[in-house]
Design a protein around this ligand. Structure first.
Ligand code: CTP
Ligand code: ZN
Length: 153
């Protein structure tokens, strides 16, 4: 990319989530639990042209790596995303996301009566199905707006 086209700076250390489905970057931030109060350096690019995706978003988070659960949930809203780990300005690792079979932790079940909402030491677990994700314990299906079902930890 030429200097004329560069939209945000390269980062020194952290994670670049690239090829995010256009319009999903803010949901990626909520999956990561980032609202700005952490003080992390974050750059977000929305709806820039991409050869592969038409329009894509990019999220750059400095000094933070992602957990497997976070990557799993991101894959459900941004199936084409690439996760780039940056160290001292170099891309030291680049991974495509994979649609997982299950998502453990991170999401919360919307059913108030679910065992996972009963103050029991039970981690949430969802099976990925065609319609969305289904709670392993009570069968409740989250069909859309996954990002609004993120467990605030
Ligand atoms: N990037 C960054 N800071 C760095 C290095 C890379 O912000 N120090 C960003 C780039 O701007 C790009 C992404 O990380 O959005 C991946 O970098 P790179 O692999 O160099 O780019 P491409 O070859 O275009 O990646 P791909 O083939 O995955 O499209
Ligand atoms: Zn449940």
């Amino acid at each position: 990319m030429s200097d004329r086209e560069l939209r945000v700076s390269k980062i020194r250390n952290g994670t670049v989530i690239d090829h995010v489905t256009g319009g999903q970057a803010l949901n990626v931030l909520s999956i990561l639990g980032i609202d700005g109060s952490e003080g992390l350096g974050v750059s977000v690019v929305l709806n820039v042209p991409s050869d592969r995706l038409g329009l894509k978003d990019v999220v750059k988070v400095e000094d933070r790596e992602l957990s497997q659960s976070e990557v799993d949930v991101i894959s459900l809203i941004a199936p084409e995303a690439t996760i780039n780990i940056i160290r001292e300005f170099d891309v030291v690792e680049k991974n495509r996301v994979d649609r997982p079979e299950t998502v453990i932790g991170l999401l919360s079940c919307p059913n108030r009566n679910c065992i996972t909402n009963a103050n029991e030491p039970v981690e949430t677990k969802f099976d990925v199905v065609d319609e969305g994700v289904r709670c392993t314990y009570c069968g409740t299906i989250i069909r859309e707006e996954l990002a609004t079902h993120i467990d605030p930890e």
